[in-house]
Design a protein around this ligand. Sequence first.
Ligand SMILES: Cc1cc2nc3c(=O)[nH]c(=O)nc-3n(C[C@H](O)[C@H](O)[C@H](O)COP(=O)(O)OP(=O)(O)OC[C@H]3O[C@@H](n4cnc5c(N)ncnc54)[C@H](O)[C@@H]3O)c2cc1C
Length: 153
Amino acid sequence: MQAGDRIPLETERGYHVEFQTETPLLQRPVCPVHLGFYMTPMTGRLRVAGTVELGGTSAGPNPCQFELLDRGVRQYFPKLDHASAKWLGFRPSLPDSRPVIGRSRNSKNVIFAFGHGHLGLTLAAITSRLVASLINGDTDPLTTGFTPDRFPS
Ligand SMILES: Cc1cc2nc3c(=O)[nH]c(=O)nc-3n(C[C@H](O)[C@H](O)[C@H](O)COP(=O)(O)OP(=O)(O)OC[C@H]3O[C@@H](n4cnc5c(N)ncnc54)[C@H](O)[C@@H]3O)c2cc1C
């Protein structure tokens, strides 16, 4: 990392497929747990997303993962048209499944807030509160378990 801290960041690659739907097929997000993805109704479409693949950030998408989602969702909605959108995303993940929130060991004017794994959207609000408290010079007790120095340098 450019600030000089050694952080064992990995990526959990996740896949996403969408289908246009005239009428909503679901009223709420649904997860067939054994298949490892969520089906989420969006306006005019159904979003199918999930899976975990350990494969680094440089390799392109694996078509088998898209097929897995496509086959899985058709167990519930066999009449779906072809997918209208597909993408692969990188979930930045740490070995202890916790984000890094705190000051850099080597550059005290750098504050880290990354590595939220599967929950970056969910945790954005609380993380920004913690970052604001660090900028203000307060020590929120919540940040204790997330500092970058929990990893050996
Ligand atoms: C298919 C899918 C569905 C998701 N669904 C949800 C959801 O329902 N709810 C939710 O809260 N979150 C969800 N997420 C996760 C969420 O999108 C991430 O947690 C969030 O984007 C990461 O936030 P962050 O601020 O920690 O990211 P940052 O730490 O800012 O990192 C993001 C950047 O890091 C890069 N990166 C990833 N791994 C590495 C690495 N090893 N080395 C270098 N760079 C790397 C990425 O390319 C990206 O540019 C989903 C992700 C995917 C892929």
